[in-house]
Design a protein. Structure first.
Length: 327
């Protein structure tokens, strides 16, 4: 597309992230290309600058700059039979509108400048065009677990809306350094992205900081290994970047195996363990009927952590937050 266009956001796209709005229309664009277009101000929302995570709504006017041409038909995200079989092996639920995967640790959800292999690429296993599933939320590269996608534009919009309106329950399992006190509760701690050394991190912020984003995490301790490690159930009520990792570090109990949000003590006890964070359970409205309850089997990385500290995944309370809901 070589001309500038202004497009009106249509019905059924309430509270969709700006970058996802673009990806639904021009799926050949990668996240890096989109971020550059938005950051440079070439993309405008109702005449003003916006961020990739800004939510758009029906009636909004979006300025679309000239975009790179898509690759020739048949070449976009082309994958071989082995990759297609691998993608299909990740399925934990599928119907005509919804696809749910158990994303492995180490596999990015979307591509970037140096990221060639990612979930978005593997979705070619289901076809292209309208047959191609659409991402509606994300997990960090090193976080394993439930990842849900929409198989039609309408289903994707409704699923994304459920996340935006906080009509989902996302339960994570994590192994953290030390024993949080109290053993359960709700952490309300705003976060802001800051440059730390040669990289950016989410850090605690003053609520009056104009760049601060509200962030709320509910937590319950499931089990303990002496006074060294706690097995936690974490429920992020908000969906900030690296929220769980930043929150647990902020209260002095970083998630084990985290290469970024850590302390010297947590790194020492982690040893060779990878990030001990798993998106265990996701509850959300189905686009057309009832409620979806999706659970992802524990990853090999988490199994390694459980084995090291003597935890048994089968002993976990399946509804760790149920008692707190009744209070």
């Amino acid at each position: 597309m070589r001309e500038v266009r202004t497009i009106t956001v249509g019905a059924g796209e309430e509270a969709v992230r700006l970058d996802r709005w673009f990806r639904r229309r021009w799926p050949h664009l990668n996240q890096g290309q989109l971020a550059k277009l938005i950051r440079s101000g070439q993309v405008r929302l109702n005449g003003g600058r916006a961020k990739p995570e800004t939510r758009v709504n029906p009636g909004d006017q979006i300025r679309v700059p000239p975009l790179p041409d898509p690759p020739p038909p048949g070449e976009r995200n082309k994958i071989d039979s082995r990759d297609a079989a691998f993608a299909k092996s990740l399925v934990i639920y599928e119907d005509e509108e919804v696809l749910a995967l158990n994303k492995p640790s180490g596999l990015a959800v979307q591509g970037g400048t140096k990221t060639i292999n990612h979930v978005d690429r593997l979705l070619s296993a289901w076809g292209e065009g309208l047959e191609r599933p659409r991402l509606v939320h994300r997990l960090d590269r090193d976080t394993s677990g439930v990842l849900v996608l929409g198989k039609t534009p309408g289903a994707a919009a409704k699923l994304a809306g459920a996340f935006a309106k906080r009509r989902t329950e996302k339960h994570y399992w994590a192994l953290v350094h030390g024993l949080p006190k109290p053993s359960e509760g709700v952490l309300e701690l705003p976060l802001v992205k800051r440059g730390v050394g040669d990289r950016e991190m989410m850090t605690p912020a003053d609520p009056k900081d104009p760049d601060a984003e509200t962030a709320e995490t509910e937590f319950v301790t499931l089990a303990r290994a002496a006074d060294k490690v706690a097995w936690m159930a974490l429920w992020p009520h908000t969906g900030r970047t690296h929220q769980l990792r930043a929150h647990m570090l902020a209260i002095g109990h970083p998630i084990l195996g985290d290469p970024k949000y850590n302390t010297e003590a947590s790194s020492e006890i982690s040893g060779e363990l990878k990030l001990q964070l798993h998106a265990r359970r996701l509850v959300l409205p189905h686009p057309s009927r009832g409620l979806l309850i999706l659970e992802a089997p524990v990853s090999r990385e988490m199994k390694a952590g459980f084995a090291r500290f003597g935890f048994d995944e089968h002993e976990a309370d399946p509804e760790p937050f149920a008692k707190r809901k009744k209070r």
